[in-house]
Write a protein that binds this ligand. Structure first.
Ligand code: RIB
Length: 305
């Protein structure tokens, strides 16, 4: 069966094992924390649920394990309105992320990729070929290089816009970067992707734009041929930043699908990302459309209060 979607996310799905700690441990250090929480997560699945909550028809192309976690994630995605007809079941365990969240809401994450790395280019091509109504494809890097490249090639061949969420960061071939409508790194990811060349070197590959997420300092939008634009942060009482990047990428994708400019799409994504920090859990905290519109209404355009 083919996905019916405005936005297709090609990416990961995990079970998140979350421990809240007073502060993140350093190398060689052990810290104790609160009771273990078990949630659904994964950058791709989070972004697909976020897009659905923001009012888009969303589909996910991903690989789940042939285990109980995989079955539970599939059911949860469907319950959130995400089309899972292009989610494959692979011969391996479902991905698991261990997530530490400190008292300031910052996090550190390690992922046992499992089935996520069994998503093949052929699965991505098949999933995207069926989704011919989709205008925007969101891609993250918790999947293998062939899957990422297949998504980029589909976008290039079919004129889809591609939102590339480059986490966890690794150097990428020009064949992927040049197709991106917008790449959404944080500072650390930008350094891994571009080294000292920064956003300018990503634009030089042919990418249309780079939106560097700067937490409380907002987003710096670099567009080819234009001066960088600072999109201010929305005020947020942050308790957990884990799903913020996923909510940002999904917000940008939804706004692009609706025909908004890149600057407006980044503001929409920033509002979605800010709200996602205000409660615990990557998935549970993802905001709905009404909350994002309300925040935009209260604080645009200059975010002075
Ligand atoms: O971006 C947050 C996500 O990163 C978590 O849900 C975890 O699963 C990791 O993929």
């Amino acid at each position: 069966m083919s996905p019916a979607a405005d936005i297709v996310v090609v990416g990961s799905a995990n079970v998140d094992l979350v421990i809240r700690v007073a502060r993140l441990p350093g190398a060689g250090e052990t810290v104790t924390g609160d009771d273990l929480q078990r949630d659904f997560g994964g950058k791709g699945a989070n972004a697909a649920v976020a897009a659905a909550r923001l009012g888009a028809r969303a589909a996910l192309v991903a690989a789940l394990g042939n285990d109980a976690d995989g079955a539970a994630i599939r059911e949860d995605l469907s319950a959130h309105g995400v089309d899972t007809s292009a989610v494959v079941t692979a011969d391996g365990p479902t991905g698991v992320a261990t997530v530490l969240v400190d008292a300031a809401g910052e996090n550190a994450i390690a992922v046992a990729s499992g089935a996520n790395l069994l998503l093949e280019g052929v699965d991505v091509r098949a999933g995207l070929a069926g989704a011919d109504g989709a205008t925007v494809v969101v891609v993250d890097l918790e999947i293998g290089g062939d899957a990422v490249l297949a998504a980029a090639e589909h976008c290039r061949a079919n004129g889809c816009r591609m939102v590339l969420d480059p986490g966890p960061a690794r150097p990428l071939p020009e064949a992927v970067l040049r197709v991106a409508t917008v790449i959404t790194p944080n500072r650390g990811e930008l350094e891994v992707l571009a080294g000292s060349g920064g956003a300018a070197s990503l634009l030089a590959t042919g990418a249309e734009a780079v939106a560097v997420t700067l937490g409380g300092e907002g987003v710096e939008l670099h567009e080819a041929g234009a001066a960088p634009l600072r999109v201010p942060a929305f005020p947020a009482a942050a308790v957990d930043t884990t799903g913020a990047g996923d909510a940002f990428a999904a917000g940008v994708a939804v706004a692009l699908h609706e025909g908004r400019s890149l600057a407006d799409a980044v503001a929409f994504g920033a509002a979605s990302g800010a709200l996602a920090t205000e409660s615990h859990g990557a998935r549970a905290a993802l905001p709905d459309r009404r909350a994002v519109e309300a925040l935009l209404g209260r604080h645009s355009p200059d975010r002075k209060s």
